[in-house]
Design a protein around this ligand. Structure first.
Ligand code: HEC
Ligand code: HEC
Length: 93
């Protein structure tokens, strides 16, 4: 094969590679919002909206414990509550 041909081919491969990367990027970018329930915006939780997440998380288990508002039995590892339970968007976050 002539050098010019293989150069063309590798340009094509590079182009396809970049298109594939772009596709994956767009896919992740457009991924549907996570479905995990969000932090409620009610009397119990409103004060956590303006708070620093790590500070807020220290208080969650005052209510969310087995004697109070227990978490579901199959709840995933629960440190960093707000990493999964995002604040609601309409609250400006
Ligand atoms: C003062 C007590 C209290 C504190 C503190 C508290 N919660 Fe709650 N939480 C509740 C109660 C009561 C419910 C159930 C009723 C409701 O949805 O508000 C609840 C429900 C929830 C739910 C489920 C909502 C739904 O739609 O099912 C999530 C998620 C949650 N809390 C996360 C948190 C996180 C994260 C924190 C810490 C930043 C926190 N809570 C702190 C009392 C509390
Ligand atoms: C690794 C992600 C993750 C973390 C961290 C996490 N949760 Fe959850 N939580 C979930 C998932 C997933 C569910 C199952 C229900 C759902 O689909 O949202 C759930 C369910 C709940 C529910 C019940 C909601 C309902 O309506 O059934 C409460 C309350 C809750 N979590 C509170 C908390 C609190 C408080 C913390 C921190 C101590 C916490 N979670 C940390 C992922 C997480």
């Amino acid at each position: 094969m002539k050098p010019s041909m293989s150069a063309k081919k590798s340009t094509l491969h590079t182009a396809l590679f970049l298109i594939a990367c772009g596709g994956i990027f767009l896919f992740l970018w457009n991924a549907p919002p996570e479905t995990t329930v969000r932090l409620p915006h009610d009397a119990d939780h409103a004060k956590y909206y303006p708070m620093d997440k790590k500070e807020a998380e220290k208080e969650c288990q005052q209510c969310h414990n087995p004697e109070g508002v227990a978490l579901p039995k199959d709840h995933p590892p629960k440190y960093r509550c707000l990493f999964c339970h995002k604040k609601m968007e309409q609250a400006g976050q």
